[in-house]
Design a binder for this molecule. Sequence first.
Ligand code: FCB
Length: 411
Amino acid sequence: MRSSLVSSRLPQGFLWGAATSSHQVEGSNIKNDWYIWEKQAKIPSAGQACRHYDMYCADFALAKSLSHNAHRFSIEWSRVHLGRGRWDNSAIEHYRKVLGCLREKGLEPVVTLWHFTLPGWLFRQKGWESPEASGCFLEYVEKMVIEFKDYVRYWVVMNEPLIYVYQSYLAGKWPPGRKSLRLAFRVSKNLAKTYIKSYKIIRSIYSGREVFAGPAKNFIDFCPCSFNNFGQNSLAAFLRDRVFNVYFIDYLVKRNALDFIGVNYYRRDFIRAGLFDLAGKECRKEHHKLARNSLGWFIYPQGLEKILLRLKKYRRPVIITENGTTGNDDKDYSVFLEEHIRSVFSALSKGVDIRGYFWWSLLDNYEWDKGFKAKFGLAGITRNFKRIVKPFAYKYKDIICLNSAGRMSPQ
Ligand code: FCB
């Protein structure tokens, strides 16, 4: 293994693991908006997904066998919160067991409170479009944090709020399938304000005890398409970068509402603008030389380092909360992994305070509107729900072991 896959700059207790989200792995989630949407939009249904709701313990044993010391997962809001002031205690107990199992195995839990799915009852009341949604979410956050504070030090308050707004209110591909700039603004504002209030609730519940709360923010390396059109592509790429990569984090930092920045990074987008189209469109044409994953996303490991270096000015710890690919063969995965880890190590050597790295995902899972055809997992799933570890997962294990020698696990 090349020496750049070993870093002398990793802090003690660096978190190594994989990430999942409830609807994508648990199975039998019938109380959320996606369950309704999968039927309505006639897209593949998550169905039993990976049956992780029942198999979580074996899955955590698998993560442990791959030398992970941490695991990121999300609580399914719709399972625990049945309406204003109404809770499903058996679901709450389930997540207590999940957390107990992680702790018992020495895996540090990194818990996401909201990963795209809404309770069906709230969805029927217009979800994040409604001013009521904020109060519902805050009630849920408070309850979860009080219940689980003794198990959890890392809370991801929201996963990729801007991706949600884009897919649900601009592209119309995710529930509620709207295409409205007005609603997109309204929902973004509602999410940002609710995030800040949630953050304050978490800090007040821990009152001085150690806790890290932050967002998992998706970052994209926007690059102007090389096709020359008098600088319009550059302007469009610049605007996208400001709106998508910079604005939200700036907003939270100014309000002192994050203890870490969670980075979800997958790709570079080439942007091509038209005469009256300031924001431009993604150019997916063949003239770009970069390799792509099986969803057509351009792979650009240097983009991760660029983003990490740009975040240095905020003086907050950074956790790579998601990074991964869906490939055609094992080489695609191992090359992606190695090159992105090199980027992380290079950023560390330049002084970025990086505290953890999570591969997306532990398992091949339900990839939203794409169904099951995208396979991001360290392990595949057979028809009988058997887990088959992929060879590159052992490469990840080697990297973890090489970089953990002499270091304590975070417990
Ligand atoms: C991220 C999402 C995650 C998964 C990966 C591939 O944007 O957070 O749920 O879909 O992309």
